[in-house]
Design a protein. Structure first.
Length: 286
């Protein structure tokens, strides 16, 4: 999805940081994408202990940072874009357990280019290295595939997995290229994957790193999840409702998405036409 950081910064200034007022006063999809509390539903059900260390790769306007920082001991937000980090900082910078780091996951890790972004206290030598040295209980990637691209997705997941402690979790969300909304005429708004491609990334992760994974399917999508299904619990015909909301920009309407998903469930192909994926990998304890 296009980066709307500057537009979101303008909204935060206009409404003096009040995201509820922004949601009430604005109708743009980017405002809803950045500030909707539905965004937190993607991770709300996951267990994050009060002693957990969390690495969030991709600031994603701070949509899930508030939820994570309210549960975990430490949250490190890594993003190469100052403007997206600034949106997050303006929303959650008063929380003492959130640390913002500017840099690319791979390139700046290799050359020591990670830098603290606007720390509350004066910078100290080695502070970023200290933040990143200890493995994390939970690593979360969201909104990153547009700037990394499909061709680097496997490489990025492999690198991200190196930050996960034994027994820890890595979760990464993505759009489905053959999601039902696109068959019905919606515009493709961000880098998307076929199911076989995205599942293959996690199969390769297990092959190289061990552990196990499960694929989840947020409905209507990972940006505004109301229900979340998985390979272990797939919907029955008639279960998938309220999927037709047009929150992703203009597009032609070629049919009824609920009816299409009912038929997909009847024919055992729900996973092929779900709008989004959430891959969750658990690192082995060996």
């Amino acid at each position: 999805m296009k980066d709307y950081s500057y537009e979101i910064l303008d909204l935060l200034n206009k409404y003096e940081g009040n995201t509820e007022a922004a949601l009430a006063g604005e109708k743009s999809p980017q405002c809803l994408y950045a500030f909707s509390l539905l965004r937190e539903n993607l991770l709300e059900w996951m267990e994050v202990s009060k002693d957990a260390r969390v690495l969030q790769i991709g600031s994603d306007y701070g949509a899930c940072t508030g939820l994570l920082s309210g549960r975990a001991k430490t949250v490190v937000v890594l993003d190469p874009r100052d403007e997206n980090l600034e949106v997050n900082r303006l929303r959650h910078g008063n929380r003492g357990n959130v640390f913002y780091v500017r840099g690319d996951l791979e390139q700046d890790m290799a050359n020591g280019g990670w830098k603290r972004y606007k720390p509350e206290k004066p910078k100290q030598d080695g502070e970023v290295e200290a933040l990143m040295a200890e493995p994390f209980d939970f690593v979360f990637l969201s909104g990153v595939w547009d700037w990394y691209g499909k061709e680097r997705a496997g490489e990025i997941l492999q690198t991200a997995s190196s930050f996960v402690k034994p027994g820890g979790i890595l979760a990464a969300a993505a759009e489905n290229e053959t999601g039902v909304r696109y068959w019905m005429g919606a515009q493709l708004m961000e880098t998307a994957f076929l199911e076989v491609e995205y599942r293959g990334l996690f199969e390769e992760l297990v092959k190289k790193q061990g552990g196990s994974f499960l694929m989840y399917y947020p409905v209507p999508d990972y940006r505004y999840p109301v229900s979340i299904y998985s390979d272990a619990y797939l919907p029955k015909p008639g279960d998938v409702t309220n999927i037709s909301a047009r929150l992703d920009g203009p597009g032609y309407w070629f049919g009824n998405e609920e009816e299409a998903m009912t038929r997909a469930c009847q024919n055992g192909v729900f996973t092929k036409f779900a709008n989004s994926f959430l891959g969750v990998w658990e690192k082995g304890n060996l």
